[in-house]
Design a protein around this ligand. Structure first.
Ligand code: ZN
Length: 346
């Protein structure tokens, strides 16, 4: 009888160790402490024992019962605490709540437009190269047929950079991406087809159409037998890619020291289709870039034989292209960092 009770105690405690939720705990209680439990039946059977045995066995049986009851209560509060903690976590982690949106970045409209322009030329077989923003007078002006004291320099109001050991006026923030024409020609031989996107800087008062910092995209093609017809064909294909296949183009004479002849390229207004509107200032045309045949002096300057090689070059402002494409009337909005403006260009 005593052995039975001790066996019962060991089994009950071992089983309780496996119990980890309220339902199994209740099953355990019914099995070991319920009315029909083995322990209760044993205690009820005490009446059949001798008086001396009854005292000893009754003592042990009651000890086992108290022990199991105490273990039951301890286990119950443990399980209750676990359940409450779980509920609390579940309240904090309500998986049915809508997620908090994370702020997602986007490319700047100018970066986007530069990408489109560069992609249009890439499709025509042009490589993309980049150059330094701090240039030397030699590359920014001299080798582009703009010698010192040349009146054409007035077109580029320049930020000069002070460098130790270099005379003032030699280092500057590039005023255009054209220096890369020379750098590319110096390090390679024709055929050359490159586009050069990049930041440029001019010391000028800012207004709706001028910023002291802007983005230019330069293009250069040099090969044997390149003519003005190639220039027109290439730039027309570009205009169709960026402004629509139905665009008409217009080339008029313009002057840039590093090309001869030079031209200004316009497209018919994509808003009014030439009828005249605010965007095209009622002319029906939008000027989009300067271009021309590379000046023989620029070719000779890098050691190319200008009787064998010819080329054409072009340059456009990415901000201007973006303004025309999206109908924006103030260049300053691009760099004012107003997210309400920038978020329109997703
Ligand atoms: Zn128009």
């Amino acid at each position: 009888m005593i052995e039975q009770l001790e066996e019962l105690r060991s089994k009950a405690l071992a089983d309780l160790g496996q119990v980890d939720d309220a339902k199994r705990l209740e099953d355990w209680r019914v099995t070991y402490l319920g009315k029909r439990s083995a322990l209760n039946q044993a205690l009820r059977g005490l009446a059949t024992l001798d008086a001396s045995d009854r005292r000893v066995v009754g003592q042990i049986g009651n000890d086992v019962k108290r022990l199991l009851e105490a273990e039951f209560v301890a286990r119950q509060s443990q399980i209750d605490r676990k359940t409450r903690e779980f509920e609390l976590v579940r309240e904090r982690l309500d998986v049915t709540l809508p997620g908090r949106p994370l702020p997602v970045g986007q490319v700047h409209p100018i970066t986007k437009v530069v990408g489109e322009i560069v992609e249009a030329f890439h499709g025509l077989g042009y490589d993309i190269v980049e150059g330094p923003e701090v240039e030397t007078d030699k590359y920014n002006f001299a080798l582009l047929n703009i010698p010192a004291e040349h009146p054409a320099r007035d077109r580029w109001d320049t930020f000069y950079v002070k460098t130790d050991g270099v005379p003032i006026g030699q280092h500057l923030l590039r005023t255009h991406t054209s220096p890369m024409q020379v750098r590319v020609m110096e390090r390679s031989r024709p055929p050359i087809r490159v586009v050069v996107p990049g930041r440029c800087y001019r010391y000028e008062a800012t207004d709706a159409t001028h910023e002291s910092e802007f983005t230019q995209i330069e293009g250069l093609a040099v090969d044997e037998h390149l003519t003005f017809a190639d220039l027109k064909g290439t730039l027309t294909a570009f205009a169709h890619a960026v402004f629509g296949a139905e665009r008409r183009t217009r080339f008029r004479v313009d002057f840039f020291p590093f090309v001869e002849p030079g031209a200004e390229m316009a497209i018919d207004c994509h808003v009014c289709h030439g009828a005249g509107c605010r965007l095209c200032k009622h002319t029906g045309w939008l000027e989009i870039m300067g271009a021309g045949m590379v000046h023989p002096r620029v070719l000779e300057g890098v050691g190319y034989d200008s009787s064998t090689y010819t080329g054409f070059a072009f340059g456009m402002g990415a901000e201007r292209i973006a303004m025309l494409k999206y109908g924006i009337d103030d260049i300053r909005t691009f760099y004012a960092n107003d997210l309400r403006f920038l978020r329109q260009f997703r």
